[in-house]
Design a protein around this ligand. Sequence first.
Ligand code: PMP
Length: 443
Amino acid sequence: MANTKQILALNRFDARHAEGFDAELRSLIARRQATFGASSVLVYERPIRMVRAEGVWMFDADGRRYLDVYNNVASVGHCHPRVVEAIAKQAATLNTNTRYLYDNIHDYAERLLATFPAALSNVVFTCTGSESNDFALRLSKSFTGGRGFVVIETAYHGNTEAVTEVSPSSFKTRSVPPHVRTVPAPDQYRHPTNDVGARLAEDVAEAIADLEQNGVKFAGLLVDSIFSSDGIYADPAGFLKQAVDVVHKAGGLFISDEVQPGFGRTGTAMWGFQRHSAEPDIVTMGKPMGNGFPVGGVVTRPEILESLCETTGYFNTFGGNPVAAAAGLAVLDVIEDEGLIENAKEIGAYVRSGLQALASRYPAIGDVRSAGLFIGIEFSLPGTTDPDPATASYVINALKERGVLIGAAGAYGNVLKVRPPLCFARDNADFFIERLEAALSER
Ligand code: PMP
């Protein structure tokens, strides 16, 4: 069996391979290493020098064009003119913090909250998904009086100290701290079961019991409802609900991390938790919220927010500034006016059927899983369910040579993550499938 991999190790550039590169590329890489040091993460066997982007396309310094099937930041399309104009206009008018009243942040707060169940009626603005999850952990602790969290064993939720502790896929050498328990991903491919929801619920119940037996009061379950870093587990819709019921019975909170599935990507609704009919107590958001402008947020019930604010103030200098609000409002307008949720559903289904047709011809493709425009392609050693990260890695680099950008996910890095901007069209899907077939046929 392949070894498990840390999330930032997937498709990572290895500087030892820079020798054959031209002098200019070598010099840029050297400057980066000298300044970024050990934390530098570059992708691909030969890093790309990116200069501009538009819609679903990105362009490098040599004028080569790449189809971006890997971007959940420029979620409504790279440099979308309406978002760019809204940001530029607001930046030229007023940008300050939320200690003043201004209209657009309140328009935005109300528009955003209207997309959630009525009970989730308060929003706190942040700048990143990590900040949102960090705040969600604090809210859960103050409201429940507990400090124990349950997460998926391959989860990634961000980069603050507290959030890294609940992001096992970031660990290189350490294990989860004593206040955290992990449960396996709802993997129906490698570990089939008749009822994946019941199995996840049982695992969560056991994890909660184990925390309590060790004197750690349970605070909450934190889950990315499309299980993106875990390898994308979407079906059957609804399977998450039983685990959430267990959490509520145990007095804990369910935090739905919508940084990946949120803003219409799953093609059924605005939020990933809605596919599962599971009501969260806290929802965290980031990446797609500002289409590239750093906007994040936490939505919750007033009593949960009050429980923290009674003892501790919270202020975020950049969170909810007028430019962030302008970007966020423009993103909501574009999703609505361009019918992007319906597009995610329709084109997502089209890509999925194209991939399933490929899977019938190429045994390296062991499984295709998806919800809307979030699709996982699992590579396995033919005739087995054993992960095949070497083929995934080959395909990622071969696709880049053929003008398509894609990334990997999953414990073994053997699942390709198909996550294009939501304006992805049928001809983009055809381009992607054709290139993927060419890469597979030349392996
Ligand atoms: N949650 C999930 C599910 C994520 O995938 C990420 C980022 N990849 C984060 C949170 C953290 O977001 P950010 O990088 O904006 O802090």
